[in-house]
Design a protein around this ligand. Sequence first.
Ligand SMILES: [Zn+2]
Length: 440
Amino acid sequence: MARPPETGAGRFGGARGAARARVLQAAWIFDGERRWIEGGGLLLAGTRIERVLESPAAVARAHRDVARAHRDVARAHRDVASVEDLGARLLTPGLVVAHAHLELSALAGAVPRGPDLTSWIASLVAQRGAIARPELLRARGRALEQLLTSGATTIADVDSMDLPAPLDPRGPRVLVQREVLDLSDPARRAAAIERVRRRLRTNVRRFEGISPHAPYTVSDELFQAVAAVARQRNLPVAVHFHETPEEREWNELGTGPFERLVGPNRNRGPALDRLDRTGLLGPATSLVHANDVTAAERRRIAASGAAVVHCPGAHEFFGRPTFPLADWLEAGVPVGLGTDSAAGNQTLDAQREVVLACAAAPDVPPERLLAMATWGSARAIGLGERHGRLVPGALADLAAWDVEGANPDDLSASFAAARRQPRAVWVGGRQVRGAPAPRR
Ligand SMILES: [Zn+2]
């Protein structure tokens, strides 16, 4: 998988580490998987989590260690060598958005739903082509702001327009998934292959992946080329997959509204077969939407190790039938949550996606949804161990929430019951939203 480079990882210890060590305490901590800690905290060292503090006593010990280290290096500073007390809040990993198209915020509210998905796509593509790049960049900036304010610290963004890097040092991390498609046109295919072979310049806030758009716009040859580059460079892959039954109709029979959108299908057959034989049905791939999937296909996806990304807001926007979230979880498929684009969603809000998913899946415990919005999404997009969870060595990407409850069930139910914004957000240990917490 793509791993963001390790920079600024000042370990606790030594003058530099000590100067950057700090302790956060909160009434409750959820680690992104299933662990809840009451009255504990986190010891941060630079951009990372050094220690998870399991109790008030562990917080006090860590505080003493930090204060002593500061004295040792004669850099004692009352503000740093104190505990930041978040009070009666829930501290979680920052939310991870497993699928977005940030540039399409330029078309928020501008694309009519239409009678089916193909008319929405046709209108979107026509309008997008008329937007100047500076406007796309401004729209992407607005989308990043909006998502960070909603608690998202990492976003998988499909870049269709080759936009330059988002590099705001106070912004979220962005997994740039470069979109390619060829519509069976050899000239477009050559350009697309060239595009995926080019390395992106990445840094700690920006890392790369590839998104071959969908089985109805990507030829077998292009899927194969993507699979080869992804394998070679260990890059995560995202493919839009079976958003509607009409997509299956075109894949398997070559008929229906998708024929009018993309032309005849010379390569008919189940889309999963095509992904499989081109080398893309595997753990490096996330299948976005996967709304129209049979039980047998779900088992096959589970066996392959591929992940699925569900976009509850887009689901609601297009009025799709209920997403069988419990079936996916039961099958053992990693599921992440995405916002998709502001052109096909009411708004971009990572926490709202949890609320919508929870309302539509009363048989899934809210705690699973909170886990899905953090480490689940990080796993789904191939980010590995250091994103979306609170463990030693993980990135200190965090969000603090006002939620009500005296036990984990009530707290997660409260989190998923209504839209809310985090009180504070940290990316790489740096607080980027909210007022500083009182110190003691
Ligand atoms: Zn999408």
